[in-house]
Design a protein around this ligand. Structure first.
Ligand code: PLP
Length: 471
């Protein structure tokens, strides 16, 4: 055997053993590790060796050194942020992606990666029931999906006023009105920041008690300014705290009346509810938007990182991501150049893991996964709400639950801390309409009713401890 391959064989077999050993403990291990920055630095650190260490030893040492600092966020009782696990097929395809080490920049650099993106794009348009022919980009996450969509919007609304923003920039350009729901996700603000549109000039629309943009207020905001200005309206399905979705039918109706309007929908996790017939009702009208952003590393349970952007106007999408140089071989009409749809040049072939996730679940499997998480979130909410002093503050429309303890900020925060220290499950806190809350997100394919019951028990136990500590 070629000695270079011998070493590779040895280290990959060893790595598979390490990975399996880790995954076998994922369901039972303490969800959040007890470590400190100093401990982590010390176990991984030390000077860069003068001489290289053999690959097998590197991997053994890496696994041993990180053991106390790896969070079981891919496991069934991690309810923090909105974090999915890794479906077996997607994880395996992600391994192959590294083995193949494709650069998914051009068709020329990987016909297979380009084709996987095309197939996945068609599947997703079908699954979400978005307009066929919509162009699709595979991004690192929803942040870059929001960025890409708003870049396309910026190009399109300014082109309507005869302005080429890619060529001439924003200096001297017609002013764009940006309208965002008062509960818009922070990544919309970051996109505005990066695109030179600014955050302070965004017009914020008041929301209702679930965090949905109030459409009467939107109508008033639109009418209060120059209605003929180029305008980008950012709506959302799946509020990061409450899970509530804006009324896109009504919002789309208002935006369609504008002369140079664009409706963007941030559906980082909410868009997946379009795959569930029973949940479709709360997401009616979503197909009428101009662009959409979502994540596959959240509810589809593709390993990090994996986001998706969809833009109805293909020319605006590609025009805003333009890149050309003599040495970059542009693909023919039937050859997708993946980087034409995203801000990156050289990039990981994210299409393979997406392909594997979707194929292993099938249409029914995606719907089951999403529906199951929603049912489990409702089960957890019901168990908590039954206990005296515990209040669920949101309508559990999707997979998010907001819980308040003893109607008291300090008690709520202390309960969260106790749960985090307890280790049975992990969740974080937030502020909801001025009040401290515990936020729970059920987004993992492997979570069972038993995990939910165990977690409810742990949360209520920690609430009792927190009350004891207060007395
Ligand atoms: C509504 C919404 N938009 C955007 C994002 C950002 O996603 P990412 O961290 O994958 O970029 C999130 C993350 O939770 C979200 O909930």
């Amino acid at each position: 055997m070629d000695p270079r391959f011998e070493e590779t064989t040895d280290v990959l077999r060893r790595t598979a053993d390490h990975a399996l050993a880790y995954l076998q403990t994922l369901h039972d291990r303490r969800v959040h590790p007890l470590t400190s920055p100093a401990e982590m630095r010390a176990s991984l650190g030390g000077p860069l060796p003068d001489d290289g260490v053999p690959p097998r030893e590197v991997v053994d040492q890496l696994v041993a050194a990180t053991e106390r600092g790896v969070v079981a966020s891919a496991g069934p009782r991690y309810f923090g942020f909105v974090i999915g696990g890794a479906l077996p097929a997607a994880l395996a395809a992600d391994w192959m992606t590294s083995a193949w080490d494709q650069n998914a920049v051009l068709y020329a650099t990987s016909p297979a990666a380009a084709a996987a993106e095309m197939v996945v794009a068609d599947w997703l348009l079908d699954l979400f029931d978005l307009p066929r022919g919509t162009s699709v980009g595979l991004t690192t996450g929803c942040q870059m999906a929001n960025f890409t969509a708003i870049a396309a919007a910026r190009r399109a609304v300014l082109a309507k006023r005869g302005w080429d923003v890619e060529r001439d920039g924003l200096q001297g350009a017609p002013r764009i009105r940006i309208v965002v729901g008062g509960e818009g996700h922070v990544t919309i603000d970051v996109a505005l920041q990066m695109l030179g549109l600014g955050t302070a000039t965004a017009e914020r629309v008041p929301t209702d008690d679930q965090g949905r943009m109030r459409t009467d207020a939107l109508e008033a905001v639109l009418a209060a300014g120059d209605i003929g200005a180029p305008m980008i309206v950012c709506a959302q399905i799946g509020n990061v705290n409450s899970g509530a979705s804006d009324d896109i039918t009504k919002i789309a109706e208002l935006v369609q009346r504008l002369d140079a309007g664009w409706l963007h929908v941030d559906g980082a996790f909410g868009l997946w509810a379009r795959a569930v017939p029973e949940l479709r009702l709360q997401l009616d009208g979503v197909e009428q938007a101009d662009s959409w952003a979502t994540d596959a590393h959240k509810w589809l349970n593709v390993p990090y990182d994996s986001g998706l952007v969809f833009v109805r106007d293909q020319a605006a999408h590609r025009g805003s991501m333009l890149m050309s140089a003599a040495y970059l071989v542009a693909g023919a009409a039937d050859q997708r150049d993946p980087s034409s749809y995203v801000p990156e040049s050289s990039r990981r072939a994210r299409g393979f893991a997406l392909y594997a996730a979707l194929k292993s679940l099938g249409r029914k499997g995606v719907a089951d996964l999403v529906q199951r998480c929603c049912s489990l979130a409702a089960r957890l909410a019901a168990q908590l709400a039954r206990a005296p002093g515990v209040e669920v503050l949101n309508e559990v429309a999707l997979n998010q639950v907001l819980v308040r303890f003893g109607d008291d900020d300090e008690l709520t925060r202390r309960t969260i801390r106790h749960v985090q220290e307890d280790g049975t499950c992990w969740l974080g806190g937030s502020t909801w309409q001025g009040k401290a809350v515990m936020r729970i997100s059920v987004s993992n394919w492997s979570t069972t009713e038993a995990d939910i019951d165990l977690s409810a028990e742990a949360i209520l136990r920690c609430f009792a401890q927190a009350q004891g500590a207060q007395r």
